[in-house]
Design a protein around this ligand. Structure first.
Ligand code: IYR
Length: 224
């Protein structure tokens, strides 16, 4: 590794950055292998309660936190929950919202589109998975005087971090599912989050039940 150099720009420290370049053949092989491996990721709805080490969940969250964000404000909070009582509380509240959604908020067309996914208003994985990661977005930060400072490109930043989180979960040999109960206010209430935070996505993390079946889906190719 070459030695790191630092310079000042507008009074801010910058460090030299060295890219590890790959030879074209290695680049082609590595990018192909990464794609093949990423393509083995599947959303799974049925989890075992087999435990997963907290240190692994922490590594996954640290990986997601390497995401780029608007003005590097890192407008996210990852809440990792393994407490059975808290998971139960979340399941009860999520299922109440889902019942309302499936019975009156979602159009018939939406429910038809979901049929291949075999999903419904019951969310046992919220109790069965060893961990729930609830990603919260932070619309603004409060300074010491209580003044609001808006963050930038919050949805884009948190969305990118979630993509990296899902990739890190796959890399750890675990599975997840992007669960989107709507509205999600109940999560920030149950978790006692500050008022600058809104729940963005809920991801159960763990091992799939065996045997487990997933929908036989095709992915878009380069031609759409
Ligand atoms: N939020 C509901 C409905 C749902 C919506 C989409 I888009 C899905 O891909 C799957 C489900 C639920 O979680 O059941």
């Amino acid at each position: 590794m070459p030695k790191e150099h630092t310079i000042e720009i507008d009074g801010h420290r910058h460090v030299s950055f060295q890219l590890d370049r790959l030879e074209p053949a290695a680049m082609a092989a590595k990018s192909e292998a990464f794609y093949q491996w990423l393509d083995t990721r599947r959303s799974v709805r049925e989890f075992t309660s087999e435990p997963v080490a907290k240190a692994v969940i922490e590594n996954i969250i640290k990986s997601a936190s390497t995401a780029p964000s608007g003005a590097h404000k890192q407008p996210w909070t990852f809440c990792a929950i393994s407490d059975p009582l808290l998971k139960k509380q979340i399941r009860i509240a999520a299922e109440a919202e889902e019942k309302e959604s499936y019975e009156s908020r979602m159009s018939e067309r939406w429910k038809d589109d979901l049929k291949p996914m075999a999903t419904n208003m019951y969310k046992p994985f919220l109790e069965e998975a060893p961990w729930l990661i609830i990603v919260c977005k932070r619309a603004y930060e409060l300074d010491a005087e209580g003044n609001k400072h808006n963050n930038y490109y919050v949805n884009e930043s948190v969305g990118i971090a979630c993509g990296m989180l899902i990739t890190a979960i796959h890399n750890a040999g675990l599975v997840t599912l992007t669960h989107t109960p709507s509205p999600m206010n109940f999560l920030t209430n149950i978790l006692n989050r500050p008022k600058n935070e809104r729940a963005y996505l809920l991801l159960p993390v763990g091992y799939p039940k065996q045997p487990v079946y997933v929908p036989d889906l095709e992915r878009k190719g380069l031609d759409g």
